[in-house]
Design a protein around this ligand. Sequence first.
Ligand SMILES: [Zn+2]
Length: 142
Amino acid sequence: MSSDSSSSNPLRGVNCGCGERAPLRTALIEPNVGRRFLGCVNYKAETGCNFFEWANLKPCPRGKEFGNWIVKKKIDLEKENDELKAKIREFKLREEWLSVKLNSMYRNMKEMEDDHALKMEEWKNKFDWNELEMEELRLQVK
Ligand SMILES: [Zn+2]
C-alpha cells in the first residue's frame, strides 16, 4: 500500500472526515472489482465518517485478479451457506416429524395398554361368571 502514496500518486494526502489520511483501497464488489478508491480510515469502526472517493488510477491487474477470486469465493461460500441452511431446515422438519410420529406411537401404545387392561378386566369377569355358572351346574347335577 505504501507504494500508492508515492509522489506520482495525485491523490496523495487526501484526508477523510476523521482528519486522517484516507488509505487507498481496492474495491471487491461487482461491477468495480479491482478499482481503487480512497476510503475512511475508520471504515470498519462505528466511528467512521463514511468518506469514499474513487481514485483516478488504473485498476491494478493483480488486485482485479485477486478481487475476482475473492468475489467468486464469496459467491461459493454464500451458496454453500444457503445449502447448509436448507439442510438444517430439512433436519428440523424431519426432527419435528419424528417427534410427532414418536408422540403418536406413545399415544397408541398407551391406548393399547389401557385397552389391554380393559380386555383383561372383561376376561376376568367373564371367567368369574363362568366359574359361577359351573358351580351352579354342579349343584344342579348333584
Ligand atoms: Zn473517516
